[in-house]
Design a protein around this ligand. Structure first.
Ligand SMILES: *Cc1c(COP(=O)(O)O)cnc(C)c1O
Length: 408
């Protein structure tokens, strides 16, 4: 088995199913029983791999983890309740009071809120860098820096990080590199090849198979030496490469209750089987629409890394398996023009969320970013003239017709 989709579809079960079920069933149960007291003791001590309670592990969730491990060749995978659960549990696991992480202000709004509103009061420091200028990052790193956190393509600014260049810096300073690859997951971006140590993904988007469920994934590429992290140093002596995954599974995710529900894991497993097909189709649709829209007289500017005039074209071409993702934004000159466009859409849906099978349009400034001041919005690269389009897998000509009529 070598191909992505073959592996996703044919990932073996860890245990043979009692009834020979061809698809991993939904183990919708909270607890698992044991024949003897000795067996349950050894399960709790971790001597024998078995499921005890679904907040900790569950066969359906474990199968999704196996599938992702199989397609990525990652060292370990931890599936959790949401993308935000993936990011928050990871950051809690690797940082303590007085530590800092370096990121950009051009990141997903809830991630920014997690950092600034939730974690800063616990004593974490967030340092903001311009990822297009690695020299500035070097200056921000000190002895308390635990990680650099990047998004492969930022949403909604659509800036593309030069991941290898950033990895060179983190490896030099022995700092962890975390990549949120939600908009270029698994099939588009091979995180290990580009030097990302830990990948986090919102499974809600592409993996779920059409916005069916909320979910998240933490992927450990097995490339970081955990003895460099003060909080994990002692564990690293005992667990070596397993340090992070055991911290997550046996402590942090368990204690925060970040578990993915078995039902959601089932749907996300199903989504994994068609992930490559859907990404190819929606990325091709996005490129078609970006080219069509960049010639449209009512549109001032189209931002899509797959357009030749994008400053990120070359780096995107080298990183994402020949695709450019399914997000694009465009400038209509005013908020009024944006609202009027949204209100005239007939096929394309007005909704937040991205990477659904349906094409979705949104005005980010008045929605996801509404809680921030005008100054901060501008630092975050959010303009009131901008529409974000998350392109789905419909027939591309139908999408172009809808956009055209909504602009006229
Ligand atoms: C949606 C999203 C998240 C959060 O994921 P949820 O599953 O909604 O919690 C994180 N990062 C990015 C880039 C996202 O688009």
């Amino acid at each position: 088995m070598t191909g992505f989709t073959t592996k996703a579809i044919h990932t073996p079960f860890l245990k043979k199913d009692t009834h020979g079920s061809l698809r991993m069933p939904v183990y919708d149960t909270a607890a698992f029983e044991f024949e003897t007291a000795e067996e349950i003791e050894s399960a709790f001590l971790g001597r024998k791999a078995s499921h005890t309670y679904s907040r900790i592990t569950n066969p359906t969730v474990e199968h999704l983890e196996q599938q992702i491990k199989n397609v990525t060749n990652a060292f370990a995978v931890c599936a959790v309740a949401s993308g935000m659960a993936a990011i928050s549990n990871l950051i809690i696991s690797i940082t303590g009071q007085g530590d800092n992480i370096i990121t950009s202000k051009h990141i997903f709004g809830n991630t920014y809120s997690l950092f600034e509103k939730t974690l800063v009061p616990f004593g974490l420091e967030i340092r903001y860098a311009d990822f297009s200028d690695p020299i500035t990052i070097n200056k921000l790193i000190d002895k308390k820096t635990r990680a650099i956190f990047l998004e492969t393509i930022t949403n909604p600014q659509l800036e593309v990080a030069d991941v290898k260049a950033l990895s060179k810096i983190t490896r030099e300073h022995k700092v962890l590199l975390i990549g949120d690859t939600t908009v270029t997951p698994l099939y588009l971006f091979k995180s290990r090849d580009f030097g990302v140590d830990i990948e986090v993904i919102s499974g809600t988007k592409y993996i779920s198979g059409g916005a069916t469920t909320v979910g998240g994934v933490i992927i450990d590429n097995g490339t970081y030496d955990w003895s460099y992290n003060p909080k994990l140093k002692a564990d690293a002596k005992k667990y070596g490469q397993f340090t992070l995954v055991s911290k997550l599974k046996r402590e942090v995710c368990r204690n925060t209750g970040a578990c993915l529900s078995p039902h959601n894991a089932y749907l996300q497993s199903l989504g994994m089987e068609t992930l490559a097909l859907r990404i190819e189709r929606s990325s091709a649709n996005a490129l078609y629409l970006a080219e069509f829209m960049s010639k449209h007289s009512k549109i001032l500017r189209v931002n899509y890394p797959g357009l030749l005039d994008s400053q990120f074209y070359t780096i995107a071409l080298s990183q994402f398996n020949g695709y450019f993702g399914a997000l694009l934004t465009f400038d209509l000159g005013s908020k009024e023009a944006c609202f009027s466009f949204l209100n005239r859409l007939k096929l394309i849906r007005r909704a937040t969320n991205i990477n659904d099978n349906k094409t979705l349009a949104l005005h980010p400034e008045s929605t996801i970013f509404c809680e921030y001041s005008p100054e901060l919005k501008s630092e975050m690269g959010i303009s009131e003239n901008m529409i974000r389009l998350s392109v789905g897998i419909e027939d591309k000509e139908d999408l172009a017709v809808d956009i055209n009529q909504a602009l006229s």
